[in-house]
Design a binder for this molecule. Structure first.
Ligand SMILES: Nc1ncnc2c1ncn2[C@@H]1O[C@H](COP(=O)(O)OP(=O)(O)OP(=O)(O)O)[C@@H](O)[C@H]1O
Ligand SMILES: [Mg+2]
Length: 237
């Protein structure tokens, strides 16, 4: 418990720092983007400088996404929540992931859409959680492998399990998975899982990981179901 409190404090400090830095970077980045776009106006499509301008714009956009992630990561718990249909959000996430596969040959399927699991939260944030986890799964799956998403109810909890074949996370890596900026990818930010855990925790849920050299890897998101409104009890007399 002490370790958990320490980790919470460390994350809070990192979060505040990240928010501060992100804020300071955002404005100059916006003017850089505007100016790069202006420069690009006078450069024709067959001009070699076109590639320079396009690369600048792409890099700026990448930085912008990182900044947005950082700000979201350190944002205080969202006050506004809605009732969310977990199965519908799972289907949506999987459709997007399928569209984004490009030349990768990974089968992404929903095996069980889950019968009307309703949780409370912010739609975009739950989509972000599942997208991060499904993207990781796709990236970890060798071509020809499969990613399977299943959602079900278990004792009042919505459980979404994302399984992928062909990846194994050794214990020393598993300990670091949720640490901000931990990544094993050349161009990863290492924020995906840290943000996912932050969001799920804010929904009173948790993320579990199981990995086996033969069976592959499963990330399981568990979120308590939204309390059903109690039917008004008619008092006799
Ligand atoms: N399904 C998986 N199989 C194997 N390793 C995984 C899996 N999911 C995550 N990991 C490991 O966890 C690390 C951290 O994941 P996280 O999503 O936080 O960052 P990232 O994917 O590296 O970067 P980003 O999300 O910014 O692209 C990954 O670099 C990878 O080593
Ligand atoms: Mg990731």
């Amino acid at each position: 418990m002490e370790a958990q409190v320490k980790r919470g404090e460390r994350l809070a400090v990192i979060g505040q720092m990240a928010a501060g830095v992100a804020h300071e970077i955002r404005n100059p980045l916006a003017s850089l983007r505007g100016l790069a776009e202006l420069l690009g106006r006078d450069v024709g499509a067959d001009d070699t400088r076109r590639r320079y301008v396009d690369t600048m714009l792409q890099s700026i956009d990448r930085l912008n996404r990182l900044i947005e992630d950082l700000l979201l990561f350190s944002a205080p718990r969202a006050a506004e929540t809605d009732e969310l249909d977990v199965g519908a959000i799972v289907s949506e996430t999987v459709s997007l992931a399928q569209l984004g596969l490009g030349s990768r040959t990974v089968a992404i399927t929903v095996t069980d859409p889950g019968s009307h699991l309703v949780v409370r939260g912010t739609r975009e944030r739950l989509i972000q959680v599942l997208t991060n986890i499904v993207q990781n799964a796709v990236q970890a799956t060798p071509d020809g492998g499969a990613v399977t998403v299943r959602s079900e109810e278990r004792e009042g909890i919505a459980v979404v399990a994302v399984h992928n074949t062909g990846s194994y996370i050794p214990p020393q890596v598993r300990r670091q998975l949720f640490v901000p900026f931990f990544t094993t990818k050349p161009t990863g930010t290492g924020l995906g899982l840290a943000i996912a855990r932050q969001i799920v925790t804010s929904m009173d849920g948790r993320i579990e990981v199981a990995s086996d050299p033969q069976a592959g890897t499963t990330f399981t998101v568990e979120i308590p179901l939204a309390a059903r409104p109690q039917p008004a009890v008619a008092m006799a007399g």
